[in-house]
Design a protein around this ligand. Structure first.
Ligand code: ADE
Ligand code: ZN
Length: 336
């Protein structure tokens, strides 16, 4: 039987499409593209899913991403994710992708975007999923590379093929202020601005993302709790935090889910959403995150629906679409 929380309509706002690369697809695409992998088998790959921190995860994530070469690869990856996500209640998705990870291997930027966008368009037509693409800059690459990437995508940004920019990869050592001018240019193109902050870095990364980058949402942000003044600012402004519970456990941000600060964040009045981050690596897609949270914290169905409502409020969907999605969540509650 389908779990009820898979049927709860929701928006996914923190999802790296490269992090949905399942090991079977890693090997299938390696064969399609004649790429030699540094792993022997699916089981060998799965055996590496133990991470002491963010960096060892990123090493496996980028090593696996080398199989993505052609437009069709990006299409197949996103189509597989969208089908699976739909089965777990995703009705709107704002999908991260890491173009520099691909262009530095010689993949054409247009192939990446066209493949992902084609899958999003098909998912809209066939499954009714709405959303858009958010281009993430790799913060550990030189800022000049971020500028060059942004300039290269500007025609597609102006055409609406990309809805925003984000900032990901290694956090500590790469403060948000490095990207102040890049984000100003992105805003000039009409793009939404989000950034990973407070995942491994401290609350000052969250403050810098708000002040220097003018972010509308913060990805993770859990270390904001270390600074009461920042918590008050986030409560008052209702800037959303896209929290990823299974990810934070897998990357040892907390030792067990029971220790995750989610309940404290909600009690503090923060606008928190649940997301999957890199589901192939962290043991579950978004519905699995909802289930783990309910089981661990004993939240009621109404509390879980409130989290889904948060995901809709925090999304960049137009008002009419938000109203439709809210009605769908209300219908789920009414049927419980
Ligand atoms: N890239 C993919 N997943 C990430 C995460 N959780 N943090 C930083 N960069 C990432
Ligand atoms: Zn992330």
């Amino acid at each position: 039987m389908t779990p009820a929380l898979y049927e709860l309509p929701k928006a996914e706002l923190h999802l790296h499409i490269e992090g949905t690369l399942e090991p079977e697809m890693v090997f299938a695409l390696a064969e399609r593209n004649g790429i030699e992998l540094p792993f022997e088998s699916v089981d060998d790959w799965k055996g590496r899913l133990q991470f002491a921190s963010l960096q060892p995860f990123l090493d496996l994530y980028f090593a696996s991403s080398i199989v993505l070469r052609q437009e069709q690869d990006f299409y197949d990856l996103a189509a597989a994710y969208l089908t699976k996500a739909h089965g777990q209640g995703v009705r709107h998705v704002e999908m991260f992708f890491d173009p520099q990870a691909h262009t530095q291997r010689g993949v054409a930027l247009d192939d990446v975007i066209t493949g992902l966008k084609r899958a999003m368009d098909d998912a809209h037509a066939e499954l009714g999923i709405t959303g858009g693409l958010i281009l993430c800059f790799l913060r550990d690459l030189p800022v000049e590379s971020a500028f060059a990437t942004l300039d290269a995508v500007s025609p597609r940004a102006l055409a609406g093929d990309i809805i925003g920019v984000g900032l990901d990869s290694t956090e500590v050592g790469y403060p948000p202020e490095i990207f102040t001018e890049v984000y100003a240019r992105a805003r000039g193109l009409g793009l939404h601005c989000v950034a990973h902050a407070g995942e491994e870095g401290g609350p000052e990364f969250v403050e810098g993302s708000l002040d220097a980058l003018k972010c509308e949402r913060i990805d993770h942000g859990i270390r904001s709790l270390q600074n009461p003044a920042l918590v008050e600012r986030l409560r008052e402004s209702q800037v959303p935090l896209t929290v990823c519970p299974l990810s934070t456990v897998a990357l040892r941000g907390v030792s067990t889910l029971a220790e995750h600060p989610l309940p404290r964040m909600l009690e503090a009045g923060l606008l928190v959403t649940l997301n999957s981050d890199d589901p192939s690596y962290f043991g579950g897609y978004i519905g699995d995150n909802y289930i783990a949270v309910q089981e661990t914290f004993g939240f009621t169905d109404a509390a879980m629906a409130a989290l889904a409502m948060n995901s809709i409020a925090a999304s960049f969907a137009p008002a009419a679409r938000k109203a439709e999605l809210r009605a769908a969540v209300a219908a789920w509650v009414a049927a419980r």
